[in-house]
Every structure is written in structure tokens, then in C-alpha cells.
Ligand binder design. Structure first.
Ligand code: MEV
Length: 424
């Protein structure tokens, strides 16, 4: 039987019911389910091995976004995030997208760039050519560092050299292009960059300082595309509002930063759930958005001949499914199992689709009813729970507070009392 990620009212289910659905979808074991239920901390010895000076761990809620159809395959999306509304918004956008056939995605090979900085070269343009003349030797030296990566088809595949002008004179920058396959690749790339440095110094006659990966991963891009029928979005006017919102962001960096923040709300929640390096993705996303010299959007929204909404996104996506914390963090392992991705490229594409979905949900809300209504509903639920509401009383108290536009602890306590329960 083919499985579906389309669920309406997933949020209304009890924790046990939600877990049962996720368990059946991803064939989770009892042990994996109890890991999810245990919202406590990481085993201390693991935390202590992951970072220095560990004193504990820091739990963040893990939600499941439903309805995602990507390249005709159903996905449940684990999202680790502290902000209310994000998981609900992603699920809602995925539902709209589903009505147009879901998301289509592609990606480049998983190639990262390792930079080697050479200074003190009198004739940097000659030295640049010398790097190309020794390309095979440099790549060979780089590839000697990681036989495992080579055995799975990765490794340093190419290099480039460029001369940049700086206030302290010209610098020659050599860039290794390393196919990292299913790893994020920072370790492999940094090791290679360090290993080739003496050879680069000999070839150029200069002095090498930095040898480090670039987070502007322009050779490792993920792309997603979606068509949403205008009826699913809420009609022509809402479609027009979304397109206008896109053009606003495209032209104005102040709006573009917030537009892209909406994309990252979705993308980063999946990056964190899989214990990938979210700082790398954020740095890469913003640098990519500014690559023309004008900071702009990572996504675009247009209409097609039928007046339906079409959206696309392209962004660097340096994520891995092996190595680093991805395979040591117990919840990240379960998150990857729930996603069911078979490669880092597939994970990167899913993340791009989630980013686009999140952006769609935000723009639709902004162009239509404003963002605050959804936020307020969730805020009201949180206040109701903090005031001591449980079970059905949570919805009752929060809905009344939203209607009255009085979303406050004292009001929540009054409503709870009125229904014969004692507030905390
Ligand atoms: C809030 O976390 C994200 C939004 O501001 C994104 C946007 O404005 O597009 C709603």
C-alpha cells in the first residue's frame, strides 16, 4: 500500500495518535518512539563528546509537517523549532501545493569549495597560471587525504585560481572543488585544503595563510518549484498579493531579509532536526541572496498562463546524511528515518521544498489576512495551557480569548474557573 503524508487535523490528534502515524509511516521501532517521547536531554556522555565544557543539553520542540508531496513522493517532515505557527504553516502550504501536484526539485552535485589564501606573490597572475599548470598534482595530493570519499565517487574534482585585490595588496586564492557525496564535507575539504597548502606555496612562491571551506556553496545548490492552483491559494486577488509581495522583497533588501527569514524558518527547522550545521546554511543563504551585489530574495513568485501561482527557489544547501553529528545524535537519526531520504542531495532538495512552502504560507498570510491571526491563535493556546487548561478546555479557552481579543493569563484563568476547573 502506498503511504500518504496528507492528514487533515493532525494537530488535533493526541501525542500517542500522532506518534502512531509517524511510527507506521517510517517503520520506527519502540526504542525510536521512546526517544521522541523522552523530551528530556541528550545522554550526558554524548553531549560531553560533542562539544567542550558541556554542562547539559537544550531541548527544542520537534514537530511533524504533513502533506508534503515532493517529486510525487510523500514525506513527513520533522522540524525542530521554538517558534509557533511554523509547522502548521508549512503543512498548510504543502496542502495547497499538493493540489497542484506538489513540489518538483533538482540539485547540483554535492560540491563544496575549499579556499587556500596565498599572499606575498610578486606576480600573482603568473602564479595563478602556475596553479593551473599543477592542477593534476594538487588534486592528487588532495585526494590522497580521503580514500573513503574517493571510493564512493567523491573527492577533489577540479580547482580554480583567482587574483583578488585587497587594501594590503593582491592575493591569490586557490579553490578546490570537492564532491562530498553524502557528507556535509567540512572536515574532508579542510583536511584537503591544509594538505595541498605546501605544494601551493612551492608552485606560487607565496605564503599560505587560510585553508578553509567556503560556506558560499555555489556549486552545491538545491532547487524547488511549485505550481499552486489559484483556487487553492484563495483566488486571483491573493495570488496577485503574493506576486506583489515578492516584487517588494525582490527590490528592497529590508523586506528581502524578512522574506528570506520566512524561507529559513522552514529550511533551518529541518536542518536542525537532522543535526546539520544551520549556521553554514544561513551564511550561505544570505551570501547567495547578495551575490549580485544587491541583497534580494532566494525565491520568486509569478503566475502562469492559467493565472495559477508558480514559485521557485534556488539556494546553497550543504547538508549531509552521514558524518558529523548527523549519525551520532539519536533524535537526528530518527528524523532522517522519518524523512526516509536516501542521499544528501535528496535531503537538500526536501529542505529547499520546505523553505519554499514556508515562504508561500507566510506570503499568503501577509497578502490575505495578515500574519497575526494564526500567531495569536497559537499564542492563545500557549497562554491557555500555561493558565492550567487541559484537553478540550485548551481550544475552548483559546478560541474565546481570540474572539474577545484578550489574550492574557488573567483572562484565561477566569474562563477556566467559569468552566469549573481550578486554574494553577
Ligand atoms: C516570521 O517568523 C516570518 C515572516 O516574517 C516571514 C515573512 O514576512 O515573509 C512572517
Amino acid at each position: 500500500m502506498s503511504k500518504t503524508s496528507a492528514f487533515s487535523g493532525f494537530y488535533k490528534l493526541s501525542l500517542d495518535e500522532r506518534l502512531r502515524i509517524v511510527r507506521d509511516f517510517a517503520h520506527l521501532t519502540d526504542e525510536e518512539i521512546s526517544l521522541l517521547q523522552n523530551t528530556g536531554s541528550l545522554p550526558f556522555d554524548l553531549a560531553d563528546r560533542m562539544i567542550e565544557n558541556a554542562v547539559g543539553s537544550f531541548p527544542v520542540p520537534l514537530g511533524i509537517a504533513v502533506n508534503f508531496l515532493i517529486n510525487k513522493r510523500d514525506y513527513l517532515i520533522p522540524m525542530a523549532i521554538e517558534e509557533p505557527s511554523v509547522v502548521a504553516a508549512a503543512s498548510y502550504a504543502a496542502k495547497m501545493a499538493r493540489e497542484g501536484g506538489g513540489f518538483q526539485t533538482t540539485s547540483t552535485n554535492p560540491v563544496m569549495i575549499g579556499q587556500i589564501q596565498v599572499v606575498g606573490v610578486k606576480d600573482p597572475h603568473r602564479a595563478r597560471i602556475a596553479i593551473y599548470n599543477h592542477k593534476e598534482d594538487i588534486l592528487k595530493k588532495a585526494n590522497e587525504q580521503d580514500p573513503v570519499l574517493i571510493s564512493v565517487g567523491g573527492g577533489a574534482k577540479d580547482l580554480e585560481a583567482k587574483v583578488i585585490q585587497t587594501p594590503v595588496g593582491p592575493m591569490l586564492i586557490t579553490e578546490l572543488h570537492v564532491d562530498c557525496r553524502d557528507a556535509m564535507g567540512a572536515n574532508a575539504v579542510n583536511t584537503m585544503a591544509e594538505a595541498v597548502a605546501p605544494l601551493v606555496e612551492r608552485v606560487t612562491g607565496g605564503r599560505v595563510y587560510l585553508r578553509i571551506i567556503s560556506n558560499l556553496a555555489t556549486q552545491r545548490l538545491a532547487r524547488a518549484y511549485v505550481t499552486v492552483p489559484k483556487e487553492s491559494v484563495g483566488g486571483e486577488e491573493v495570488v496577485e498579493g503574493i506576486v506583489q509581495a515578492y516584487h517588494f522583497a525582490s527590490a528592497d533588501p529590508y523586506r528581502a531579509a524578512t522574506h528570506n527569514k520566512g524561507i529559513l524558518n522552514g529550511a533551518i527547522a529541518v536542518v536542525i532536526a537532522t543535526c546539520n550545521d544551520h549556521r553554514a546554511i544561513e551564511a550561505g543563504a544570505h551570501a547567495y541572496a547578495a551575490r549580485s551585489g544587491h541583497y534580494t530574495t532566494l525565491s520568486s513568485w509569478e503566475t502562469n498562463d492559467d493565472g495559477d501561482l508558480t514559485g521557485s527557489i534556488e539556494m546553497p544547501m550543504a547538508v549531509g546524511t552521514i558524518g558529523g553529528a548527523v549519525r551520532t545524535h539519536p533524535i537526528a537519526k530518527v528524523a532522517l528515518k522519518i524523512l526516509g531520504v536516501n542521499s544528501a542531495n535528496e535531503l537538500a532538495e526536501v529542505i529547499a521544498a520546505v523553505g519554499l512552502a514556508q515562504n508561500l504560507a507566510a506570503l499568503r498570510a501577509l497578502a490575505h489576512e495578515g500574519i497575526q491571526r494564526g500567531h495569536m491563535q497559537l499564542h492563545a493556546r500557549n497562554i491557555a495551557i500555561s493558565a492550567g487548561a487541559t484537553g478540550e478546555l485548551i481550544d475552548l479557552v483559546s478560541e474565546q480569548m481570540v474572539q474577545e481579543r484578550k489574550i492574557r493569563m488573567d483572562r484565561a484563568e477566569e474562563i477556566i474557573k467559569k468552566h469549573g476547573k481550578t486554574a494553577r
